[in-house]
Design a protein around this ligand. Structure first.
Ligand code: PLP
Length: 384
């Protein structure tokens, strides 16, 4: 036997975001391939963390999180998401929502199980499924509002399908699933006996009077839904790695054991910092956050329109897919590279979000940047 990589690494490639980030650094450009909120960590969250360290919360916690955070999350799930959960048995705090999804997939999926993924998808969703040996089945949504219908779902379901992944608000599309679409998904999941995995990390980033609706708030699918979210984006703490899943005890127990095996627990004082944020921050914090990003969206999208890169204006999240047909290049990578070379603005090629050809004329920008950076990017794009 010779040394070799595991077969599962065949599927797991370096994220296109990282590739474009490296290319962007080479030309000293503005990196809209990747973003982080620039609003700063709320004072309440920092203070809660500092207090926790001073009070000695520096050791392992229970594998599914400290009671303060599980209770705070349960309170928020009831107030904001309309989901009633038992903080003792139905919430698992994990290493970000990424960790929460990985644990859920490890606990609930076997190799060969099929999971439906809406295209354009978030690469980590696909790669997490592949890492556990699950088989993605794709439903391609239609721009500009990224729509689908119940027949699209029926076309890809088989006797091996075990789950469906719903990312709302979506990355990269910014799609906020409507009540009707979620009703279709709920009926479909019941009819075919599927798990519904959600990713609601952008739940506070919804625009134009829309509200975030959690799939698990449909009570008839609550028992089969693994609700996943986290605080990376809401509190600008992407490096802290605090996220969670919430689901029925039967599933939460197994997810918790996997979480213990892989991460042991999420960072103890940071858990309390997030709990303090949830308990102490007023509703105006979340509406202010949303408004700040709406302004950035509008500024950036109007520039895209001006320069002929027509945006599919996002309903939520902080990404925008734009039509790059006018750029030279035979595929989205060439178009994205042209844009970088010509203007110094880095984007992600649309192909990174599709298994089909549908992304070939798209590029994705992230507008979670400082105002100065965003204005610089707009000025550069006008040189096109
Ligand atoms: N889910 C989506 C849709 C994302 O876009 C991202 C980050 O870009 C994440 C999850 C990562 O979340 P976390 O930091 O909680 O792992």
């Amino acid at each position: 036997m010779s040394l070799s990589l595991s077969a599962r690494t065949d599927h797991i490639t370096q994220a296109e975001i990282r590739v474009m980030t490296i290319e962007c650094e080479k030309v000293g450009g503005v990196n809209l391939a990747q973003g982080v909120c620039d609003l700063g960590v709320p004072r309440e969250v920092v203070e809660g963390t500092v207090e926790a360290i001073a009070r000695g919360y520096n050791n392992y916690t229970r594998y599914d999180g400290l009671p303060e955070l599980r209770q705070a999350i349960a309170g928020k799930l009831l107030r904001f998401n309309g989901i009633e959960v038992d903080p003792e048995t139905e919430v698992t705090v994990s290493a970000g929502s990424t960790g929460a999804l990985y644990c859920a997939c490890m606990a609930l999926l076997d190799a060969g199980d099929e999971v439906i993924l809406f295209e354009p998808y978030y690469g980590y969703h696909l790669n997490t499924l592949l890492a556990v040996g699950a088989v993605p089945r794709y439903v391609t949504t239609r721009p500009p509002d990224w729509t689908f219908n119940p027949q699209d779902l029926e076309k890809v379901v088989s006797q091996h399908t075990k789950g469906i992944m719903v990312c709302t608000p979506g990355n990269p599309s910014g799609k906020v699933y409507s009540d009707q679409e979620l009703r279709w998904i709920a009926d479909f999941a019941k009819e075919h006996d599927l798990f519904v995995f959600t990713d609601e990390i952008y739940e506070y980033f919804v625009y134009d009077g829309r509200t975030h609706r959690s799939p698990a708030s449909f009570t008839d699918i609550r028992d089969r839904t693994i609700m996943i979210s986290g605080y990376s984006k809401t509190y600008s703490i992407t490096g802290w790695r605090i996220g969670y899943s919430s689901c029925q005890k039967q599933w939460a127990d197994a997810i918790g054991y996997v979480n213990d095996l892989i991460y042991v627990c999420a960072p103890a004082p940071l858990q309390l910092g997030v709990a303090a944020g949830i308990d102490r921050l007023e509703a105006s914090y979340y509406s202010g956050l949303c408004e700040a990003f709406r302004k950035k969206r509008d500024l950036f999208c109007s520039t895209l329109t001006e320069v002929g890169l027509t945006p599919m204006v996002p309903q939520g999240s902080y990404y925008v897919l734009a039509d790059a047909t006018r750029l030279p290049g035979s595929n989205s990578k060439e178009k994205s590279m042209y844009l970088l070379t010509r203007t110094g603005v880095a984007s992600v090629p649309g192909a990174a979000f599709y298994q089909s050809e549908a992304g070939r004329n798209l590029v994705r920008f992230c507008f979670a940047k400082t105002e100065a950076e965003l204005e610089d990017a707009c000025a550069r794009l006008r040189r096109l």
